[in-house]
Ligand binder design. Structure first.
Ligand code: PEP
Ligand code: MN
Length: 354
């Protein structure tokens, strides 16, 4: 159910409606919009009695939301969600969603302080605003490099302070989630964990943006239901990420499903990034698919960059070189205005000697 408040409803009236909903044993999710506030009602008990709520002061109407996912749906929030990051420390203001494209770039894994800083310097010089790097790696083989864990988080926190890049890194379980939430600006939940409902719920209890990657074989509805798990716990800062799905095609590691972008944008207000690195698994396909993603209307790109990909401990073959990243930024900057977007270039702190 969705309670639509009148345009002139006061904060007190909105609060009173939320209190009423909670007293009934449901959960109230106030969703402020440009014109008016809507309040989503969730809870798995009986149906809410619409009559009582409609009579409350400041309420315009009460609507049934028929979609399985509610808070993620455009039915409850018409305007696009923009996840904002206020200026803080060395970081300038940033956003994911809205007019500006967001670029998240960095190695698959943090392998050492030198490796991470060398790559971060290139990312910062290109004017991207977000640095990615895995500290906890979900690897297919238990014998493959599993990530440096806490040491990697500390290296990334130093990268934020040095370059003003915001940090995006993955939590693979509830244990790593706590640490990632402490150090990162955005918590990534990877494809293999898209339906780890316990992890989703825990991330929903935090108040940090979550970047949720599409599962290897997830349908659009399953993807949005996973976003709903996070939002149902009160964390509305969810960023979706298409990273390719398993198909019979064997010319790429996965099949990057760009057709999900307009589908997501029709059904949901959440921003969506595209990851052409895992989406193709091939360095030579990353740039063409990044261009296509922006042309299709993605809110930004998540891309793996490595200065020595032949030595990378994970995902070397799909990591682009820094000069390819520069080219990517230049080309996306030119494509962006064609689709009503722009690519902001952050001016970062002087590169220190590392
Ligand atoms: C990653 O971003 O390094 C990663 C492991 O991605 P995915 O979960 O999409 O495979
Ligand atoms: Mn990777």
């Amino acid at each position: 159910m969705l309670v639509v408040m009148k345009t002139q409803a006061t904060p007190e009236e909105i609060q009173a409606v939320c209190d009423h909903i909670e007293q009934l044993g449901f959960r109230a999710h106030p969703l402020p919009g440009a014109q008016r506030t809507a309040i989503g009602i969730t809870g798995n008990k009986d149906a809410v009695e619409r009559g009582n709520i409609e009579a409350l002061s400041g309420v315009a109407e009460v609507i049934r939301v028929s979609k399985a996912y509610k808070l993620a749906s455009r039915d409850v929030k018409e305007e696009d969600t923009i996840v904002t990051f206020p200026a803080e420390g060395a970081c300038s203001e940033a956003a994911i969603g809205g007019r500006n494209l967001a670029i998240v770039a960095g190695p698959c894994s943090i392998e050492s302080r030198d490796q991470a800083f060398a790559i971060a310097r290139h990312i910062a010089e290109s004017g991207a605003q977000f640095f990615r790097g895995g500290a906890y790696k979900p690897r297919t083989s238990p014998y493959a490099f599993q990530g440096l864990g806490l040491d990697a988080l500390k290296i990334m926190a130093d990268i934020r302070d040095t370059y003003g890049l915001r940090i995006v890194t993955e939590a693979i379980d509830n244990e790593s989630l706590e640490l990632v939430a402490e150090y990162a600006d955005v918590i990534q939940i990877g494809a293999r964990n898209m339906q780890n409902f316990s992890l989703l719920k825990h991330a929903g209890r935090l108040r940090k943006p979550v970047l949720l990657k599409r599962g290897l074989s997830a349908t659009l509805e399953e993807f949005l239901m996973s976003a709903e798990y996070i939002m149902s716990e009160g964390n509305y800062q969810v960023i979706l990420c298409e990273r390719g799905v398993r198909t019979f095609a064997d010319h790429t590691r996965n099949t990057l499903d760009l057709s999900i972008i307009p589908a997501v944008q029709r059904l949901s207000h959440l921003p969506i990034l595209v990851d052409p690195s895992h989406g193709t698994g091939r360095r030579d396909s990353v740039l063409p698919m990044a261009r296509a993603a922006v042309a299709t209307g993605a809110d930004g790109i998540l891309v793996e960059v490595h200065h020595q990909p032949e030595k990378a401990l994970s995902d070397g073959p799909q990591s682009i070189y820094p000069d390819q990243f520069v080219r990517m930024m230049n080309e996306l900057e030119q494509i962006a205005p064609v689709v009503g977007r722009s690519l902001p270039r952050a001016i970062h702190a002087e590169s220190p000697a590392v």
